[in-house]
Design a protein around this ligand. Structure first.
Ligand code: SAM
Length: 233
């Protein structure tokens, strides 16, 4: 198993709390995902479903399957969706063309081999199906990127090593998880090479409620924080 997957089992308790306590999932990510999921075909496969917040929201009453590497998180999923413990980007257990829509939220930036993830989703999703991905925006995941304030107290974003592939260990509860950075162009080109057609792309900042709650986010209203994409096969 890779380092990041081991870490996720050991930070499972933190993630359970995070989903409950951080309103960003409800306020910002839920509406973005809802928009990207409009009209996508079943069956749905959620890659890296964690404790199941999106299976609860989008899987009920639909044909849906979840997969995740962390058994501790999968044990927390309530609902009817069949669950498979597996380490991405390997999905060799799924027949080619068996899936209508593959969806993955805050997972692709935890996967070292993004090309395999993108190619494997193209294999398992049937023609006319979709791939929906939300990740932290690459402007945010670039090593050494971050906000800075000029003497007039205007907030700017430092790009850091945006143009290079990179990785960083980010705090998660009492541990860390490894996050993989790729420039947006690298992700879009890999998807095009795998046969995915870009249908919708959303770049979004932290929402106003999140910025109001946390004064240190002030001034980041125009800075990309999340990236959401729907591709079609
Ligand atoms: C940030 S959480 C997101 C969970 C869920 N998608 C959500 O938005 O609530 C990341 C999830 O990816 C899973 N994960 C990380 N690396 C993985 C890998 N290589 N294979 C399968 N799951 C992985 C973790 O166990 C965790 O559940």
């Amino acid at each position: 198993m890779t380092e990041s997957v081991e870490n996720w089992d050991s930070v499972a308790e933190w993630w359970f709390d995070e989903v409950q306590e951080d309103p960003v999932y409800r306020e910002d990510i839920g509406p973005m995902l809802e928009k990207l999921m409009i009209g996508v075909p079943e069956p749905l496969l959620e890659l890296g479903c964690g404790e199941g917040q999106w299976l609860r929201r989008f899987g009920r009453g639909r044909k849906a399957i979840g997969t995740d590497a962390s058994l501790s998180l999968l044990r927390g999923v309530d609902g009817e969706a069949p669950l498979v413990q597996g380490v991405l980007p390997e999905v060799g257990w799924i027949r080619s063309g068996a899936i209508g829509t593959a969806v993955s939220v805050f997972v692709l930036d935890l996967i070292e081999d993004h090309q395999r993830f993108i190619a494997e989703t193209a294999r398992i999703v049937r023609a006319g199906g979709a791939l929906v991905v939300i990740i932290n925006h690459p402007a945010f995941t670039a090593p050494d990127s971050g906000p800075f304030m000029d003497p007039d107290l205007d907030v700017f974003w430092r790009w850091g090593d945006y143009l290079e592939d990179g990785r960083s260990d980010v705090p998660a509860g009492t541990g860390t998880v490894t996050m993989y950075h790729r420039p947006t162009a690298t992700l879009l080109t890999a998807a095009a090479e795998a046969g995915w057609s870009l249908e919708e792309m959303i770049e979004a900042p932290l929402g106003p409620a999140a910025i109001e709650r946390e004064p240190s986010y002030g001034g980041q209203e125009s800075i990309p924080r999340f990236l959401g994409v729907r591709w079609r096969r």
